[in-house]
Ligand binder design. Structure first.
Ligand code: PEP
Ligand code: MG
Length: 758
């Protein structure tokens, strides 16, 4: 059949849009307005037919309004997604423009509509949040293709229609959202950053903005608004690069530079310009292009392209904020009392902007277990998951969310059954907590009278009430690097000193072990550039940085000595590989000590200098080490990753070895033997100690002091109070030379047989 290009529309796109806007603002019912809209479009396109299909439950597209098709078919004709031309458009999220519809292999004849007399067919998707919620179709008797301009106009109209479709007046709001997956219950999996379980409404770090004005009154003005917004965004990126001190090759800088490049992306800019020319406001045009990108995203599997599209999408969001005059982060005072924070990515400073008492959990689309944000989430003791794919599109602001950090699952808008089941877990956790609360006033003493010193790992926040309970000696590991990580420049001595002094005030009379900074490696700070390191965990980090840049370390020592004035000061150095490094760090410390004395400052009343054992090389320097230090703290997180050559941040390596490997336990035993010979106090501050079964094994190889996050104190106390130190020591001496990869089953059996609460 001959095909020719149709005549242009009778109305200009702008006139068409304005007519639609007028109809939309009328007080008539939604159905009456939709009927009017299809009439206006059919007239505008000088076509015989214009129809709107909306998605309903069961993935069915229902004919909701039509000008031209038989009136009796409205609300009667239904097509499954993937069936017929309309269903194909919905399934592929792509427009179809056909001169002869019946020649298309997916064409399905519906006699009730009377559409057999029509040839030309153009259909576009009605999108919401990148999902298809309907299809807008124009048909004509004459066989011809529609111009690309006409398809664009229809897409613009479809965008305006999406607001009406989502209003809840046509299809019930619950239903339409459910069919688009927006309100459907979802279970999503992720990678655990921090364990625990929590239920609370979701707060999106950057929620979707509402656009109220779709149709432009002055197109030129809208173009001007868009270019001003773009300019302001570009300026802010430029300013950021100039003032942040980020050097070339820095990852953060590269991201900003990529964004800057994207702001000049011709294809993207042209699409927005065309959308404004078709009669949309600047914000509606940006949203339209964003919606189209989102729809494309769902079809694309190539990770690289997906990431690029995601960058463009991010850029659109930033532009929308500028255009609508809304700040990127929401006003903190508007947030609920308790919530689960959902973000694509989140820097540590962003996380710390929120009131940490209100955040009950954290869900990220990206991120890894060793990211800065993960470190902070653990410090906050909230369940947190990363790599929850699609979290920010599936989870809507205010949705009820259950985050199960233990099983690495997220339940979004949970069904009644799921909610009940998870409530039981939450209740059980609460009951356990209540049982532990009973133990607040008792110490951690084994059944045979061995006292275990309990300490808390902290940094930035400290759960004061946990530290002040019976049996808790103090803060066993204060990670001082967190303020460094959240600051854009090196924190001044006064700032550091104030923070450390505050710790003394918060937990009076308790011991605090300050660990000098462990920045670098995976905990990058913008003002110290180690360049690109292939294995940052084994790179320029912690005391290595401090010894190379003694000024930084000395500043911290000065702050610590100042803060501990009149108090006992415990300092330990992380990431020591050779005793000579300990000597060098101690020398720097003593230099500051002397200076403070000479200045006539009120000095700390006691000083103990220790070291973290977290690099395996120290195992062959134990006597030399023990003769130098006042105390040691075993950092199993690093120690094990180096011992087993397994990246602690790599989720897929998590099962490569077990913490209850006899090898690890022999390492701990040997440290304990060497320390005891030199009467050096040992604490165990790695994550391993927070699990009762692991802590039981550690007691069995001689550990008498652990430092764990606040939530682990109760379980460890309960375990200790049901354990005989003599029995576990004897059992461990029998097991420790085992050549099995893990002693877990044996230890679990021991705990069960002896009624130990693990
Ligand atoms: C460790 O390595 O075990 C430790 C406690 O330090 P961090 O986790 O801060 O590296
Ligand atoms: Mg460490």
């Amino acid at each position: 059949m001959a095909s020719k290009v149709t005549k242009l529309t009778t109305h200009s796109p702008l006139a068409l849009l304005r007519q639609i806007r007028d109809v939309m603002s009328q007080a008539a019912s939604a159905q009456a307005r939709l009927d009017d809209v299809v009439r206006i479009i059919a007239d505008g396109f000088t076509s015989e037919v214009c129809s709107v299909y909306l998605l309903r439950a069961g993935d069915v597209l229902e004919l909701y309004a039509s000008r031209g098709l038989k009136a009796t078919s409205v609300h009667l004709t239904r097509l499954s997604v993937g069936r017929g031309l309309v269903g194909t458009i919905a399934a592929n999220a792509e427009a179809l423009n056909l001169a002869d519809a019946s020649a298309h292999p997916m064409f399905e004849y519906r006699p009730e509509t009377g559409e057999e007399i029509y040839s030309s067919f153009v259909g576009v998707t009605i999108l919401q949040g990148g999902r298809v919620i309907g299809v807008l179709v124009v048909q004509g008797k004459q066989a011809h293709s529609y111009t690309q301009d006409q398809v664009e106009v229809l897409q613009t109209v479809a965008m305006v229609l999406s607001e009406l479709a989502m209003s809840g007046q046509l299809v019930d709001a619950q239903e339409i959202k459910a069919v688009t997956g927006v309100l459907m219950a979802e279970q999503m999996a992720g990678t655990r950053l921090s364990a625990g379980i929590a239920k609370a409404p979701a707060v999106l770090h950057q929620p979707q903005l509402t656009i109220t004005n779709y149709v432009a009154t002055d197109t030129e003005h809208e173009k001007e608004r868009f270019s001003l917004a773009l300019q302001s965004l570009q300026d802010s990126f430029d300013r950021y690069i100039q003032t942040s001190g980020l050097s070339d090759g820095d990852e953060q800088r590269e991201i900003i530079e990529t964004y800057l490049l994207f702001t000049q992306d011709r294809g993207w800019l042209t699409r927005i310009d065309e959308a404004i020319s078709s009669g949309l406001t600047a914000e509606a045009a940006v949203r339209k292009v964003q919606e189209e990108l989102q729809a494309k995203m769902s079809q694309i599997t190539n990770l690289y392209i997906k990431e690029r599209i995601q960058d463009l999408e991010d850029l659109s969001t930033r532009l929308l904020h500028v255009l609508l005059g809304k700040p990127m982060t929401q006003s903190l005072s508007e947030l609920p009392e308790a919530f689960i924070l959902v973000a694509r990515t989140l820097g540590p400073a962003d996380l710390l902007d929120y009131d940490h008492k209100r955040i009950k959990g954290l869900i990220l689309e990206e991120g890894s277990t060793s990211s800065h944000t993960a470190v902070i989430a653990r410090a906050m003791d909230i369940p947190a998951l990363a790599r929850v794919e699609g979290a920010t599109s599936v989870i809507q602001q205010g949705d009820m969310v259950i985050i199960d950090g233990d099983a690495s699952n997220v339940y979004v808008r949970p069904s009644y059954t799921i909610e009940q089941a998870m409530d039981k877990h939450i209740e059980a956790a609460k009951r356990r907590e209540a049982e532990y609360a009973v133990l607040r006033d008792v110490a951690a003493v084994t059944t045979d009278g061995v006292r275990i010193s309990l300490n808390i790992n902290a940094g930035l926040f400290v759960d004061t009430s946990s530290v002040l309970q019976e049996g808790v000696e103090g803060i066993g590991l204060y990670r001082t690097e967190l303020p460094y990580m959240t600051s854009s420049s090196l924190p001044e001595v006064e700032v550091q000193q104030a923070l450390y002094a505050q710790m003394y005030q918060e937990v009076p009379g308790k011991r605090i072990i300050f660990r000098s900074f462990d920045i670098g490696g995976d905990k990058k700070v913008p003002y110290l550039n180690a360049g690109d390191e292939e294995n940052p965990a084994m790179g320029w980090r912690a005391t290595r940085i401090g010894l190379d840049r003694p000024g930084i370390l000395r500043k911290q020592f000065r702050a610590l000595i100042g803060a501990a004035s009149g108090q006992a000061l415990h300092v330990m150095f992380p990431f020591i590989a050779q005793v000579s490094e300990f000597d060098a760090a101690k020398k720097l410390f003593l230099l500051e000590w002397e200076l403070a004395q000479k200045a006539g400052n009120v000095m700390p009343v006691d000083l103990k200098i220790g070291v973290m054992v977290e690099i395996p090389s120290l195992m062959w320097q134990l006597p030399q080490l023990m003769s130098r230090v006042d105390f040691v703290s075993i950092g199993s997180n690093d120690l094990m990753q180096f011992l087993f050559a397994c990246d602690r941040g790599a989720a897929h390596m998590a099962d490569a070895y077990d913490t209850l490997s006899p090898v690890m336990l022999r390492v701990v035993r040997d440290i304990m033997i060497a320390a005891n010979e030199h009467k050096v106090e040992v604490s165990f501050c790695g994550e391993m100690a927070r699990r009762p079964l692991d802590a039981m094994a550690l007691i069995g190889v001689g550990v008498r002091s652990v430092s764990v996050s606040a939530s682990a104190i109760g379980p460890i106390k309960a375990m200790t109070r049901s354990l005989s130190a003599a029995q576990i020591t004897e059992f461990m001496s029998f097991l420790i030379d085992s050549d099995e990869p893990s002693l877990r089953h044996r230890l679990a059996g021991f705990a069960q047989d002896h009624g130990i609460v693990v």
